[in-house]
Structures are given as C-alpha cells and as structure tokens.
Design a binder for this molecule. Structure first.
Ligand SMILES: [Zn+2]
Length: 465
C-alpha cells in the first residue's frame, strides 16, 4: 500500500493550496516549489538545500512542545532553517514568505522513536523475502517510507534496525544532503541479536548457509562478539545501537516473555555505545529482559510489554524511557490474516496487544517516562499518528502525548538542543492541524502542514479569508 501517495493526493482535494515558497540559496524558486507541492512522489528527489528555509508563520495557536499550555495567536519567524523569533502575532514582520495558519494549531515537528524505515508488513508473509532484496531494493523501499513518514508529520525518527546492514545510513545521508525527502534519522545500522533471535532470520527450517551474510552482521554469540559487533556499528556510522534483549513477536520461534541476551551481553553493547556518545535502545518484552536492560545501562526500553513492578521502579530510578507501540495491534489483528502473515506472528500479536496497553497505563500512572514510538513497518508507514489516540485512551493527557512525541522524545534521543520544541535557536521543524488537538487528538492522524528546517514539505491549507 502506498500511503504517501494517498496523503499527497489529499493536498489538492477541495481546498486552495497556499504555496509555501521555500528558497534554498542555491536554486531557482520554481524548482523548489515543485518539490514542495507536487503530488508526484518521485519529484521529492529533486535536490534542495536542507535547513535553509525562511518563513513567517502566523499560528492560530501554538503548542511549543515544552509548555503545558497552548498559546493563542503566535507568530513564528524562521530564518535560515531555525526558529528566530516567536512572539505575539503582528509583532513579527520580516521580508520573507508568509504562511497564514491563523485557523490552525502549530506544534513542533513530531518525533517517531521507533521505526523500521526500510521494512514493511508485507514481508510478514515470509521473512525469507529479505534474502533476495538488493541494496537498491532496500533503498527504494526506504525512500518511499521516508516520504510517507514525513508526510505524516514526523520530521525526526529513530530507525531501530534493518536486516540489510547499513542501508539506513545511506538513506539518512541522502536525506541530510537534500537528495531525498524524509525525516532526520538516527540509524542503528543493523540488529544486535543472538543466532535465531529477534533480529536474525535463522529459523528451524532455514539453514545458516542460505542466509546472505549482509543480513547477519549483528548476530553475536557472547559478550565479546556483541562488543565487537557493536563497535562495527559505531565505526560504520550508527547513531544509536539496537539490541534484541528478549524474544520477538515477529520472528520465527521467538518467545516475547523470554530473555535472548544475557545482562553481560547487553552491557558489552552499552559500554561500546556510551563510550562513543551513543544511546542504546533495547527491545525487551519480558520482565526479566526489561530489568536486565535497565541494569545494563540501556537508555530506552522498546515494547516493555510485560514490565513488572520492579521494572517500573528501575525505569524511574535510572530515568529510562519506555517506547511502547500500543497503537498497531488492532490494525495487525484486523489485517494480518487477510495479508497472509505467518500464523505464529499473528498468535503472538494477539497475545501481547492488550497486556502491553495495560502495562502502558500502569507504567504511566507510576510516573515512568514514556515516549512516542510505533514500530512502524508492522502497519503501513504514514499511519504513525494513529497511536496518539491510544496513548490518550490508556492514560495520557493529549498534551502529555504530544510532548511524548516532541520535547520528551528529543531528550531521550539526545537531540533536545536540536528538535522537539518551537524555541528560538532550534531547527525549524513544525506541523499544523486545523482545530485543537488538545480537544481532538485524532487530528494528529493526518496533519495538514509539515515544515522541516523552514522548508515546506506538505501544505493543505484552506483559504479562510
Ligand atoms: Zn521494532
């Protein structure tokens, strides 16, 4: 399913599109404008100068990502891709293009803490499909999903692993150079996992010899091997390391509640990552793996399905954030069988969906930091925003859910000085919706405007004068 195409088409339905003129210094405005507003996804490959936009945005309301209340009638001046001035409307004037969002609520660009931007639910029919994908096949997928992700309002994302090592690095760099359209990416490079673990494609009826080497770069058998492979990721340019500490839902033979890595193995990875200034994201469904990961020094716990009281206590004590993908289960259960997914994957999805939501509520009530991450790929990329409503249903206020996807997420990915807030000096990533997301959080399922580095990438703005 090509979600990005649907989203882009919507730009031109029943409303006037106000051009977001976003002049990079190095190119003709016509060229940039077609990049920004064209409904054709391939045009997004046109080169642009990242983080070079100048724009004056009049916001009907502003949720800045850090304050606990929204401000009404705020103008935001963006110069050279950064927020330059934020003040009461009409107090800001500048000789730059104006975007009138006076009937919209502006927010910082959203942050997806857990995506797999090269991968898709389509492979859940048969994971051996990955054996045949070339580097270029992966890049083509990544390009499509990166576009869908930014069109959904996610201007930053952590890509927590892919089977084909380091393709995500290439995608990240092309986006950073303005050769492709997509979110700012932190990339893991590959999965650090045991043989047959949640990040490996080995299974009882699949022989080791049949799996191409580039799909198993992070497969490790001891603390020493995990250390060496973690170093390989760091030296290869990873921004974050991903360990598969417990069994996985969407892997052959994995038992989500059971540990796969030992605490010593997780710790070996953490030592390498932290020495390089990188964070570690630990996939951990089971209570013991959650505790082991926190005690080994992991920075975020992914999934956290079976977290127990001790895990909750430890997460608070060590200031470890949970990334709980509570939004996808319903879609997966509704669509997985029809898609022809592996029966084992479906069974484990059904087993973990509700218990994870209950854990989310318990952890949130206890005060554990929880940030926004959806495990995009297990449902169509671009639908990321559906998780907001689940986070509110299971205990967060709408403002908490928005902060979980902006300033709080930025903090736990180490980008708190770059993104996640509409504050002077930060990168000018902004989204807007018509109406008040504090009253209707589902507005975030389809944002109307996306600005990244001051450049408009989506503008579905009605003429209200
Ligand atoms: Zn994942």
């Amino acid at each position: 399913m090509n979600v990005s195409h649907l989203v882009l088409k919507k730009l031109f339905v029943g409303s006037l599109v106000i051009p977001l003129i976003t002049c990079g210094p190095a190119q003709a405005p016509e060229q940039v404008q077609s990049t920004v507003l064209s409904p054709s996804p391939q045009l997004t490959t046109a080169p642009y100068q990242p983080d070079s936009g100048n724009l004056l945005v009049h916001c009907g309301a502003l949720i800045d990502g850090r304050s606990d209340t929204a401000q009404s009638k705020v103008s935001v001046l963006i110069i050279d891709g950064h927020f330059s001035k934020i003040a009461a409307a009409k107090d800001v004037a500048a000789d730059v293009p104006v975007l009138d969002l006076s009937e919209y609520t502006c927010m910082p660009g959203l942050i997806e803490m857990h995506t797999h931007i090269l991968e898709s639910f389509e492979e859940l029919v048969d994971l051996t499909m990955y054996f045949d994908y070339s580097f270029d096949d992966n890049m083509a997928a990544g390009r499509k999903y990166a576009l869908a992700t930014i069109n959904a309002g996610f201007t930053s994302a952590r890509n927590l692993g892919n089977y084909y090592a380091f393709v995500d690095r290439e995608l990240r760099d092309k986006i950073d150079r303005g050769e492709l359209t997509g979110p700012r990416l932190q990339t893991a490079g590959f999965y650090l996992t045991i043989p047959g673990g949640g990040g490996d494609l080995l299974a009882p009826d699949i022989s080791e010899e049949s799996i191409p080497d580039h799909l198993r770069v992070g497969v490790s058998r001891s603390p020493e091997e995990f250390r060496a492979n973690a170093l390989k990721a760091v030296e290869g340019g990873a921004d974050v390391l991903k360990v598969i500490a417990s069994g996985a839902v969407l892997a052959y033979g994995g038992v989500p509640g059971e540990p796969e890595m030992s605490r010593e193995e997780i710790q070996a990875v953490v030592e390498v990552a932290h020495a390089a200034g990188l964070k570690v994201a630990a996939h951990a469904h089971g209570a013991q793996s959650i505790r082991d990961s926190i005690l080994a020094g992991a920075d975020t716990i992914e999934h956290a399905t079976y977290i127990d009281d001790e895990g909750i206590r430890l997460a608070i004590q060590h200031d470890v954030a949970l990334v709980m993908d509570i939004g996808a289960g319903d879609w997966m259960i509704e669509n997985g069988r029809e898609q022809g997914w592996v029966e084992e994957f479906l069974r484990k999805t059904i087993e973990t969906t509700q218990v994870q939501r209950e854990s989310f509520k318990r952890a949130h009530d206890a005060g554990v930091p929880i940030v926004f991450g959806t495990d995009a790929a297990i449902y169509p990329h671009g639908m990321n925003g559906i998780q907001f409503a689940y986070m509110v249903e299971w205990g967060m206020t709408p403002m908490e859910a928005i902060q979980a996807a902006t300033s709080r997420a930025a903090f736990y990915m180490g980008w708190e000085n770059r993104v996640g807030a509409v504050k002077t000096g930060m990168l000018a990533d902004l989204v807007a919706v018509k109406g008040n997301p504090l009253e209707d959080i589902t507005l975030l399922e389809n944002v109307d405007v996306v600005v990244k580095g001051g450049l408009g990438f989506k503008a579905h703005v009605e003429n209200n004068r």
